[in-house]
Design a protein around this ligand. Structure first.
Ligand code: 26Y
Length: 821
């Protein structure tokens, strides 16, 4: 009989050598003298995977045997980054591998660097999903992530010689992925197009014809920290079904059949590279259905094995919808229950509403998804009928509660009237879910008051809640910042803080300890040096290693206001130019670092990148100034680059117009790593300020309740423009930063003078003031370090462990499970 191979997984260096050699010889089929860095990466990563698989199987067996309720996190994006280092640390085997690779003639650091990022996401929403899966494993919560296995992740960004963004594809699977396991046996068929019919009064309808596409799952293990529990991200790949219709082949349709199969594969060919801006592309709707249908199919198959009645489905299944992208899961589950499982409509709708939960990540109107009724009806004819039926029952109920209020019905309907008519996915997500949550306190408040006020009245306040985002301290401190982690562990006496982040509070008692402060500053310098090395090896810049490092890294977006930052830099430059050499020496030297991708079709965002790179060139060429002020735009911001950047900051900028950033999560990462916040009163900045103490943060800018009024004032042409801003605008218009081409940046400037929707002119002066305060505080090194220590000490609440536990208790009703060793 087959038995477990546990004894082969020990972590003695000698055994690890043997495990790696076995993969070199038998899995890669290589001769020992023919092993390059890539092969060593593959063989050693596979040996790590073996250990993960062992825990993984134990976990899945325990979940199945105990018949636990599981949570399914549906997210079109999982920005996992690299897996290898994370696995080594979580399994506590990094030292063995370090030593083993040395003995085999390699350096672990170089081998780790071979791995390509799993870039299956755009930004915050996708990285949040990755942090949450990490935490479910660490906290023992039974969870699955469901997503798509894009053959091309988020594009690689390079800069042209002029300093413009150029997009390069990211075929990250080119040399294989040792951390995934294909499950060809669990493939499912997904239908598109075809014909549909309604059943008589709430009975089963049908959906026939159309095209069937194969969904093949690839599983990625997500290890917990020093825990056996290992959850799964299941990523679907689309494959064509080459049917052996001999008659058709003989009639000469062979090539057409193969072409159709090729077409099916395009569904998971590429990640859509836009964030917080609706793309509206047919292929994206296909992706959304393909993924949610395959995932629900999987979940229902698992449920059927329990032999429980469908009414018990919500006792075993909680599905979290990460934004509206998976909302088609709602009509799809209804279709399965009514058309395939013979459930009555009302009962099916009640099951659906107890199964789903919806997280809203935005307030921006352009990020709210709607799909044209015609497109939905063509691709998913049965689902469109079901959506109309849901709407019919829903509006009848609204009418009962608010008789005669036609305007309200129009506002709330799932269908937006107009030509073409459109399905409002957020409305469907709200009424098809048991709870709706925002991602920071301020945001959740605005979700209720601005986005869904009618639904709050209709469904009650309790339907809406807040779960402030969190981040995993494993990747975002323990792994990315060994210098600081080691110091913290030494001070606190153990690594307990890695899974109990509130323990950082105990660092407060070291905040005035001079020896500790010295070590803290030394750790920061290690990280600054690492970043400066990176900058000098990837750009033409030569940087001042003592300069204050000010970082803004995130997607490039007008609402995030990278332009406010760079206009501030230009202002600083113009002032420096006016100073005498003596005066300059009294100024705090600065390194301003930017990074982030622009959606390929987003003109203003791309022009912003051009502006930043243009300023960087001028400053770097200015011998008088460059040691006092430098700008670096780092190409291709990614999870791996973030791991270098975040530990190095003195301050980081989170400066969105009040009320536009739902939460932000990099703000949490920077503060956890002992950098200070320069931010607006927006998103999670508010709670970070409350936790860290406002005396340790630099806040500026208008408050959310004033935004409306200020926008109206701009529209009425009554806005005031501060002279400092006009000075910067004049310099730009003179062509000083664009080789004489004075109108290059005019489209950006004209948004400021035409409506100024993001209120740059209103916030410019207070931004400059805040930057002045930063300089003044930085000069007093001792008190600066104290602020940093106190800030890190207060970050416990922003752990994703806290966040997923809150979801588990307040939303999913899922219990942690003990997985015995
Ligand atoms: C509709 C489609 C084009 C679309 C694609 C991606 C819409 C939105 C997105 C991604 C949104 C996103 O990343 N939102 C961010 O989510 C983070 C996690 O909650 C928040 O911290 C951040 O404020 C928010 O912008």
């Amino acid at each position: 009989a087959l038995k477990s191979n546990e004894q082969q997984l020990t972590n003695d260096v000698k055994d690890v050598n043997a495990q790696i050699s076995r993969h070199v010889e038998f899995t890669l089929s290589r001769q020992p003298f023919n092993v390059d860095e890539l092969a060593m990466y593959q063989a050693s990563a596979l040996s790590v995977r073996d250990k993960l698989v062992h825990n993984w199987n134990k976990t899945q067996t325990a979940h199945t045997e105990k018949k636990v309720k599981r949570v399914y996190y549906f997210s079109l994006e999982f920005l996992l980054g690299r897996a290898y280092d994370n696995a080594l640390l979580n399994l506590d085997i990094k030292q063995s591998y370090d030593e083993s690779l040395k003995q085999l003639g390699f350096s672990l650091e170089d081998v780790l660097d071979v791995e390509r990022d799993m870039g299956l996401g755009n930004g915050g929403l996708g990285r949040l999903a990755a942090c949450y899966l990490d935490s479910t494993s660490t906290c023992g919560i039974p969870a699955w992530g469901y997503t798509l296995r894009y053959s091309n992740g988020i594009f690689k960004q390079v800069l042209s010689s002029k300093g413009d963004q150029v997009e390069i594809p990211d075929p990250w699977l080119e040399s294989g992925n040792p951390f995934e396991v294909p499950r060809l046996d669990a493939a499912v068929e997904i239908k598109l197009y075809g014909q549909a019919s309604r059943g008589e009064n709430g009975k089963a309808g049908t959906w026939t014809g159309g095209t069937d596409i194969l969904a093949v799952p690839y599983d990625i293990p997500i290890p917990g920290f020093r825990a056996t529990a290992t959850n799964t991200v299941r990523a679907w790949r689309s494959r064509g079904k080459v049917s052996f219709d001999l008659a058709a082949f003989n009639a000469g349709a062979y090539d057409a059949a193969v072409r159709e199969a090729e077409e099916a594969e395009t569904i998971t060919r590429v990640l859509y590279p836009s964030e917080n801006h609706e793309a509206g592309k047919t292929l994206r709707l296909k992706q959304q259905y393909f993924w949610t249908a395959a995932s629900l199919h999987d979940i229902c198959r698992r449920f059927r094995k329990l032999r429980e009645p469908w009414s018990a489905f919500p006792d075993y299944v909680a599905v979290q919808l990460n934004d509206t992208h998976p909302t088609l899961a709602i009509p799809e589950l209804l279709r399965i229950l009514v058309d395939e499982e013979g459930q009555e409509w009302d009962e099916a709708w009640s099951i659906v509403r107890r199964t789903f939960f919806y997280t809203c990540h935005t307030l921006m109107p352009e990020a709210l998804e709607t799909w044209s009724v015609d497109l939905v009806g063509w691709l998913l004819p049965r689902h469109l009928q079901i959506i109309y039926d849901i709407n019919f029952h829903f509006l009848a109920d609204v009418e009962r509660k608010f008789p005669g209020d036609r305007a309200r019905l129009a506002r709330m309907s799932l269908i937006e009237e107009g030509s073409p008519k459109r399905v409002r996915m957020s409305h469907l997500a709200v009424i098809g879910s048991h709870k709706v949550n925002g991602v920071a306190e301020l945001h959740s408040e605005l979700v209720q008051s601005q986005l869904f006020p009618d639904f709050v009245e209709y469904l009650g306040r309790d339907h809406f809640t807040n779960v402030t985002n969190g981040i995993t301290a494993r990747r975002w401190l323990y792994q990315c910042n060994p210098a600081l982690s080691t110091l913290i562990t030494k001070a606190l006496g153990s690594e307990h803080w890695v899974t109990h982040l509130d323990e950082l509070k105990k660092l407060q008692k070291f905040a005035k300890n001079e020896a500790f402060k010295k070590e803290w500053a030394a750790a920061k310098q290690v990280n600054r040096n690492r970043l400066c090395d990176y900058i000098e090896s990837t750009t033409e810049l030569k940087v001042n290693r003592k300069a204050l490092i000010d970082i803004q890294v995130k997607r490039i977006h007008e609402y995030k206001r990278q332009s406010l930052n760079i206009l501030g830099v230009i202002y600083r430059y113009l002032q420096l130019k006016k100073m005498s050499p003596e005066e300059r020496k009294r100024v705090v030297p600065r390194l301003s670092v930017f990074g982030g991708k622009a959606a390929p079709g987003y003109y203003m965002a791309k022009l912003t990148i051009r502006l930043i790179t243009a300023v960087s060139k001028v400053l770097n060429a200015d011998e008088e100034i460059r040691e006092f002020l430098n700008v670096a735009f780092l190409a291709d911001y990614s999870v791996s680059l973030a791991e270098i950047l975040i530990p190095a900051s003195d301050i980081s900028e989170h400066i969105s117009t009040a009320g536009t950033e739902a939460s932000g999560t990099s703000n949490m990462k920077f503060l956890l790593n002992g950098g200070l916040l320069l931010g607006t009163v927006d998103g999670a900045n508010v709670e970070l300020g409350q936790a860290a103490g406002e005396e340790n943060c630099f806040f500026f800018g208008v408050l959310e309740p004033d935004v409306r009024e200020l926008r109206l004032r701009h529209q009425a042409g009554q806005a005031q423009y501060p002279p400092q801003l006009l000075e910067v605008v004049d310099a730009l218009r003179s062509g000083q930063f664009s080789a004489g081409e004075g109108d290059l940046f005019e489209p950006l400037l004209s948004t400021i003078f035409n409506g100024d929707f993001y209120l740059l002119s209103d916030d410019f002066l207070s931004y400059l003031e805040a930057q002045k305060m930063v300089d003044a505080a930085f000069v007093d090194t001792s008190s600066w370090v104290e602020k940093c220590i106190n800030t890190t000490a207060c970050m416990g609440r922003f752990s994703s462990d806290r966040a997923v536990q809150q979801y588990a208790e307040e939303i999913w009703n899922v219990e942690p499970v003990d997985i015995s060793q």
